[in-house]
Design a protein around this ligand. Structure first.
Ligand SMILES: [Ca+2]
Ligand SMILES: [Ca+2]
Ligand SMILES: [Ca+2]
Length: 371
């Protein structure tokens, strides 16, 4: 036991939040996500925002620290999600009971999609889970009413999974999704064939009060500190006294939690807290915590977007195209699809052609792995 404790003490000494600093931008934002390809943050601006920016998707350029674009949306943009290849931002529209998407590369806004067929007058997007290898297919957790996980693609509504009363949905890999039911504290696992979710396993009386789930590197993290192995649904452990919004950084073996003004960082092996810090300024109503490149996390609070700098966060690995902290065949598939669709970020040798030379460059980078 003693050598383990010594080792943990050493690790703790390396992970410190002493240098954490916060930059806050008032955007009247409901939600925000980071685009690692363009180094921008997309924020959904509430209808209560300023006359010029209300009901828009704001594009915040992190190079200049300014909003460079406001794309008009229908009413009350709220929940956001960005596809792994950076080609689509999905935007939940609460007053209009549906969603739209925005394509950063073309500036195109997709047709409005109603949350049918379930009582649209009370329905909103509770959460999006975009199919990891197909940005045109999205699972929408309907909030406030049926709380079902339903599949939509370019043709519109397809179907809903048989489970109901959900409070979070997330893809583990392109063929596997999980959800949670708060009333029975049940974790559900589904296979996904691109069109339909098939419930294949569940565990009940489990992950109490978990709230929003995050999936990274084959693990599921809850907002109350539990960590579950996705393949077996086995509980691996609980971060002691963790609470709030979560962001795992599996590359560094650590996980962050933000609640109120308190930022906590935990060791993924021992589940022990390594450090915590009371952040400057008011940090209220935090609804999402996310990686913003090396050394930075972003969050959304009451109407603003915050950037926490000077903390241990790994640079996003350029060949981890599914963004789950693991390099595997799915990243290769994601690259091949990006090459085929002439995604600007797949042109690795920057010659405006999408061909063998880019594939060779990708294979080289993939073999080198990530630091
Ligand atoms: Ca997060
Ligand atoms: Ca990956
Ligand atoms: Ca090329």
């Amino acid at each position: 036991m003693i050598p383990v404790l010594v080792l943990q003490a050493n690790v703790s000494a390396q992970v410190s939040l002493d240098d954490a600093s916060v930059w806050r931008i008032d955007l009247d934002a409901n939600d925000a996500v980071y685009d690692r390809y363009r180094n921008v943050i997309y924020a959904s601006v509430s209808r209560y925002g300023s006359v010029e920016t209300r009901n828009t998707l704001a594009v915040l350029d992190l190079e200049t620290g300014t909003v460079v674009h406001n794309e008009p949306m229908m009413s009350e943009p709220n929940m956001l999600a960005l596809s792994a290849d950076g080609s689509r931002v999905y935007i939940g529209l609460d007053d209009d009971h549906g969603y739209q998407y925005y394509e950063p590369e073309t500036g195109r806004v997709g047709e409005f999609q109603d949350l049918l067929p379930y009582t649209p007058s009370t329905n909103i997007v509770g959460e999006f889970a975009i199919a990891p290898l197909d940005p045109g297919t999205v699972v929408v957790m309907h909030g406030y009413n049926s709380e079902k996980a339903c599949v939509y693609n370019s043709t519109g509504f397809l179907n809903c999974a048989s489970t109901s009363n959900l409070d979070s949905v997330a893809f583990i890999d392109p063929n596997t999704m999980i959800s949670r039911s708060p009333t029975s504290s049940t974790l559900h696992k589904y296979t996904f064939d691109g069109e339909q979710l098939q419930s294949v396993a569940y565990r009940s009386s489990f992950m109490f009060g978990a709230g929003t789930l995050e999936a990274k590197g084959g693990l599921i993290y809850s907002s109350t500190g539990q960590v579950v192995e996705a393949s077996t649904l086995a509980m691996l452990g609980t971060f002691t006294s963790a609470e709030g919004v979560v962001e795992p950084v599996p590359e560094l073996g650590i996980t962050y939690y933000l609640s109120g003004r308190t930022l906590q960082v935990f060791d993924n092996e021992s589940f022990l807290e390594m450090d915590s810090k009371l952040l400057n300024g008011s940090v209220g109503g935090v609804s999402r915590l996310f990686v913003v490149g090396e050394g930075q996390l972003g969050y959304t609070g009451n109407g603003y977007v915050g950037i926490i700098s000077g903390i241990p966060v790994a640079a996003l690995c350029p060949v981890d195209l599914t963004g789950d902290g693991v390099l595997d065949d799915f990243d290769v598939s994601a690259f091949l699809l990006s090459l085929e669709s002439e995604n600007p970020f797949a042109d690795l040798n920057h010659d405006s052609r999408w061909d063998f030379f880019d594939l060779a460059a990708f294979e080289r980078m993939f073999k080198e792995g990530c630091p």
